[in-house]
Design a protein around this ligand. Structure first.
Ligand SMILES: *Cc1c(COP(=O)(O)O)cnc(C)c1O
Length: 368
């Protein structure tokens, strides 16, 4: 009857990603102005001034296709990370690289492993491929790497880990990670998604880059969307063995990273001061939020990232009530029936969230 009848069931079953509500939309719907978006883990300080300058400088070149190889960004980043340039693969956000990894290494019916209560993009990419997905629950809001290792079968082709995890902000530490890696064979792609790498400062946080080896199929993913403040431009990168990168490049769309993203990311890499400021503002914001939440008797999950999972109870209503007050947070779905996720904002935004939450809880007549 129609081409859509030919779409396989595994595609029909996909529930599309629901992004954080855009500021514009909230302000239109609620007739308010000046709302605070604490919903998508964006950098509250904005982009690096150096990135903005680079964009202005190159605008006249926008009629040209981007460099499909990301030459300048590749070499700048390779030098920064101290890895060979051929170990880097770039994406339209690291989200595209999640998709690219799945399209490159999995076929319909292939087995993949992930955790419930982790980043939803993994499940979406796997669902679109028709992969057979096994999921393991979180334990105390963090990855249960022991159970994940046990859940692996000889058919498992790929495992998705996020460190820090989104939406919980938790990390797994060196001993569990090393033990896990020892139990994974080279025919399983381990994706270590480190979108919040720059914020993690626990002494036992394992930088997955240090664990790349010839006989390991490890893909580290990072992004310019979070600490680097360039979410709107869409640029992320993967680090892996050159053979892994080479096959991903065979599947990759040739101009997947736009020119503006390449100019801005290359310049942002050079702005250590902005990055440091961003990390510092986040550290202070997290401390402030957690102290104030505790003082109000509200529970939260210790975070190593730029957001925090807060146990407000009744997240659908709290979300809605916060929206009315111009504060946009993120409900995080059925895995977390009592929590909302709140991005750490500027000091003013954090205060605004706390004030609005107090107001809502006072309205409940509860003690908080
Ligand atoms: C935000 C996020 C990403 C990716 O974002 P991009 O903007 O596509 O680079 C990837 N993984 C996790 C866990 C994230 O939270």
């Amino acid at each position: 009857m129609s081409i859509t009848d030919k779409v396989p069931d595994y595609i029909r079953r996909i529930v599309p990603y629901v992004p954080g509500k855009p500021i514009d939309e909230v302000e239109r719907e609620y007739g308010i102005q000046g709302s605070a978006k604490l919903a998508s883990n964006e950098n509250p300080l904005g982009p690096s001034p150096k990135a903005l300058a680079a964009l202005r400088e190159h605008l006249e070149e926008l009629h040209l296709y981007p460099d499909g190889d990301c030459f300048h960004l590749r070499h700048a980043l390779a030098a920064r990370l101290n890895v060979a340039p051929e170990r880097l693969v770039f994406g339209n956000g690291s989200n595209e690289l999640i998709d690219l990894a799945v399209r490159t290494f999995l076929r319909p019916g292939d087995e993949a492993l992930m955790s419930r209560g982790s980043f939803v993009a993994y499940g979406l990419a796997l669902a679109a491929m028709g992969a057979a997905v096994r999921t393991v629950p979180l334990k105390d809001y963090g990855f249960d790497l022991e159970s994940m290792a046990q859940a692996m079968t000889p058919e498992t082709r790929c495992v998705f880990l996020a460190n820090p995890n989104n939406p919980t902000g938790t990390i797994y530490r060196r001993p569990e990670w090393e033990d896990f890696l020892e139990r994974v064979g080279p025919d399983v792609l381990v994706v270590a998604d480190e979108a919040y790498f720059e914020y993690a400062n626990d002494p036992d946080y394992p930088d997955s880059l240090r664990y790349h080896r010839e006989d390991r199929s490890l893909l580290t993913l990072r992004t310019f969307s979070k600490a680097y403040g360039l979410a709107g431009l869409r640029v992320g990168y993967g680090i892996a063995h050159p053979e892994i990168v080479a096959v991903m490049n065979q599947v990759r769309e040739p101009f997947n990273v736009n020119a503006a993203a390449q100019w801005a990311a290359t310049a942002a890499l050079d702005d250590a001061a902005h990055l440091q400021r961003s990390i510092e503002v986040n550290r202070q914001g997290l401390t402030y939020l957690t102290e104030e939440l505790t003082a109000r008797g509200v529970e939260w999950v210790p975070s190593h990232a730029n957001f925090i999972l807060v146990r407000t109870g009744d997240p659908a209503r709290v979300y809605e009530e916060l929206l009315r007050r111009g504060v946009i947070v993120r409900p995080v779905g059925p895995e977390f029936p009592e929590h909302v996720r709140v991005t750490v904002g500027t000091a003013g935004e954090n205060r605004r969230f706390l004030d609005a939450l107090s107001e809502i809880q006072a309205g409940d007549g509860g003690a908080g």
